[in-house]
Write a protein that binds this ligand. Structure first.
Ligand SMILES: Nc1ncnc2c1ncn2[C@@H]1O[C@H](COP(=O)(O)OP(=O)(O)OP(=O)(O)O)[C@@H](O)[C@H]1O
Ligand SMILES: [Mg+2]
Length: 336
């Protein structure tokens, strides 16, 4: 049994959750800063840190009350994102977590944000190992093989941009609001595939990705059309890009399943897991090619950054007594 208060502050969401046994959400408060960063077209690290400082105590109080608790004393441990992320943003959550752990004499559990994205699915259904996860987010694109809880083998990854980053940069050029992934996805559902976008690394015999070239191909199309005074159709461009992205991500996932035939469950993780094309593409292809592999795709509110996923990822660490002490520091480049 565990009742854990979890804190997430790696980027532009201040979030606190109370999670029972790594699977039941008692509360999950997410204070988004998107509006503040929108006018800059991206996250400004210093602005993010200041917002976290302003929000964190209120969000903790809110999460405690929402869980029906009267005090932090009632939880068994404090979990917190240690990395990867923006150092100033991480430090706010980490300092709050250390303070709570010290004052209430609770164990402190440092958690990897990417492990959190994978464990978000444990809030839906128990994870079954061996497991294959595709993390598709703002900063990462990786295929991860997990033999058991807490064991992560990165078997494929992007060689350059993350898929979410590519979405955001193209969306910005199309003058969509930040973060543009969601708006690109909406546009993609209205268009038809009419632009040729390369499927980078699709035919290379590995499990890696590359999105920089695909992003540049789209941006060049826009740029050249504008110079010639030609009209481009944003919805068609979004559809063309999305189809290319989904093709590559689905194909490499299927290839990973062929290389790791013992996999029992597939988990889609990270902010781009909210993408409608990717959700559909993976579901239908895996149902046909790997009907025995269970497919777990979290609901939209658990795809983006949130503390519930950090609470979920901390449960097995709690059971194994894998605690941190008050000297732990933020790890902006932390890997799985
Ligand atoms: N429907 C969607 N289609 C495509 N991309 C989306 C969609 N919804 C959100 N995104 C993208 O997801 C990304 C945010 O995901 P997430 O919050 O996991 O990233 P992050 O926390 O900044 O990075 P990381 O998790 O790698 O550290 C953004 O790039 C955003 O545009
Ligand atoms: Mg994230």
């Amino acid at each position: 049994m565990s009742l854990i208060l979890a804190i997430e502050s790696s980027c532009d969401e201040t979030s606190v959750a109370v999670i029972e046994n790594g699977s039941l959400i008692k509360s999950n408060i997410v204070a988004s800063q998107i509006k503040s960063h929108m006018r800059f077209g991206g996250v400004v690290p210093e602005v993010a840190s200041r917002h976290h400082v302003e929000q964190i105590t209120q969000v903790i109080d809110h999460a405690v009350a929402d869980a029906g608790l009267t005090s932090v004393d009632e939880v068994d441990a404090i979990a917190v994102t240690q990395g990867p992320g923006l150092v100033g943003a991480l430090l706010v959550g980490l300092t709050a977590a250390k303070t709570l752990a010290f004052v209430h004499e609770k164990p402190l559990i440092p958690v990897n944000h990417l492990a959190g994205h994978i464990y978000a699915s444990q809030l839906i259904e128990p994870l079954a190992f061996p497991l294959l996860a595709l993390i598709a987010s703002g900063g990462h694109t990786e295929l991860v093989y997990m033999a058991q809880d807490g064991s992560f083998e990165v078997i494929g990854e992007t060689q350059d941009d993350a898929v979410g980053e590519a979405y955001d940069k193209i969306g910005r050029m199309l003058e969509l609001p930040y973060p543009a992934g969601k708006y690109m996805d909406q546009l993609a559902q209205e268009g038809v595939e009419s632009y040729q976008i390369p499927r980078a690394m699709l035919h290379e015999d590995n499990l890696d990705f590359s999105f920089s070239g695909m992003k540049s191909a789209v941006m060049n199309l826009i740029h050249n059309a504008r110079q010639r005074g030609d009209e481009i159709v944003p919805a068609d461009l979004a559809t063309s890009f999305q189809n290319a992205v989904v093709d590559v991500l689905v194909e490499k996932t299927v290839r990973a399943l062929a290389e790791y035939p013992d996999v029992r469950q597939f988990v889609l993780a990270g902010g781009v897991a909210a993408n409608s094309g990717l959700r559909e593409g993976l579901k239908s292809r895996l149902a046909t090619d790997y009907p025995d592999v269970a497919v777990l795709i979290p609901p939209l509110n658990l795809c983006g950054d949130n503390a519930a996923m950090i609470g979920a990822a901390s449960h097995h660490l709690f059971e194994q007594g894998r605690f941190g002490d008050l000297s732990i520091n933020a790890k902006p480049g932390m890997m799985l």
